[in-house]
Design a protein around this ligand. Structure first.
Ligand SMILES: [Zn+2]
Length: 328
């Protein structure tokens, strides 16, 4: 058993009486746990929270675990939260790439980059090998020759959560790209807008109007930044759309670690320094900084019928999304 704080923290959360957990699979003797909080009824609105797809981006798991702890602590007394979680549920996998986390690597112990591993082909233009490559596991962004067990566990868990839910949103926490924090929605594989562009605009505007001082997130389609093969959220999003008429809106939080590097260049030479805030005060700030967006997603999931656009509004919101993100 590897001695990382995140696994001990996960075990403490798993022991909480209001948390249900199940082991999805085990890799090299390391368990991948799925946690559920809130209603046991699987037809309620569902928020999926995921982290640790890239083993060296530990801060994502740490932010998620800290927020889960905070939410469980509040559940002991906060009646409005207790009521909210009676009518929705949270399903979470905080540590997905357990061997990568143990080894301090982005990829799994088999060399696979899980975010290039889904059966999705990018549409040109894309940049090789960043978009994913099948040449060698010894080069970065290796796609693998088949679906990795970690990807399979995530896909099975998300599909099962979506199976009966009346509505589902998801957020997957990462760190590493850029100097600012981004919230990305599909697609990663190409520059075409997703079928739910109207909903992406509605949620973006809802957040920015309600939390104007949290305007540090760049909310946009991932493909504005770069396109890749094998994005798990592209795959799950398309699958959900083909299978059922029930909405599934996945987001990726990409915490901009280049800012931490710029402010503390010495961490360039530290083991997790490229993807992790190393100075204690900055770590604490990053750990608390994203609780607002996580709280917001929980509220937006339980009360989704209050903000989802109606048929007529969808057309103008879709057009607004095209103007905002897809011109030029
Ligand atoms: Zn990542």
């Amino acid at each position: 058993m590897f001695e990382l704080d995140e696994l001990a923290q996960l075990e403490a959360i798993r022991a909480h009486p209001l948390v249900r957990s199940r082991m999805l699979t085990e890799i090299d003797g390391l368990p991948i746990w799925e946690l559920s909080i809130g209603a046991e009824d699987e037809t309620v609105p569902t928020l999926g929270l995921y982290a640790g797809i890239h083993g060296n981006e530990r801060i994502g798991s740490q932010v998620l675990l800290a927020w889960l702890e905070h939410t469980l602590n509040c559940l002991a007394w906060d009646r409005s939260l207790q009521e909210r979680l009676k009518k929705m549920r949270i399903v979470s996998i905080p540590l997905i790439n357990v061997t990568g986390l143990r080894n301090g690597t982005r990829c799994t112990s088999k060399g696979v980059d899980l975010m290039r591993n889904a059966p999705v082909e990018a549409i040109k233009p894309y940049v090789w090998p960043l978009a994913g490559q099948k040449l060698s596991r010894h080069l970065p962004w290796y796609r693998g020759q088949s679906l990795a067990p970690e990807s399979q566990a995530l896909i099975d868990s998300v599909m099962q959560a979506h199976e009966k839910a009346s509505f589902m949103m998801a957020m997957d926490l990462h760190s590493g790209f850029g100097q600012h924090d981004s919230l990305w929605f599909p697609y990663a594989a190409h520059r075409m807008p997703p079928p739910h562009l109207a909903e992406a605009v509605a949620l973006c505007d809802l957040f920015n109007t309600n939390f104007p001082l949290h305007d540090f997130y760049h909310i946009e389609p991932q493909s504005i930044n770069y396109t890749t093969h094998g994005d798990l959220w592209d795959y799950l999003y398309d699958h959900a759309n083909q299978k059922r008429g029930v909405l599934f809106l996945p987001y990726t939080l990409e915490m901009g670690s280049w800012l931490w590097l710029r402010k503390n260049p010495r961490q360039f030479f530290q083991r997790f320094g490229l993807f992790h805030p190393m100075l204690p005060h900055r770590l604490r700030r990053v750990l608390r900084q994203h609780w607002t967006i996580l709280d917001f997603l929980m509220r937006a999931t339980s009360d989704y019928d209050q903000w989802l656009p109606e048929k007529q509004a969808r057309l103008s919101l879709h057009q607004a999304g095209i103007e905002r993100w897809y011109r030029g």
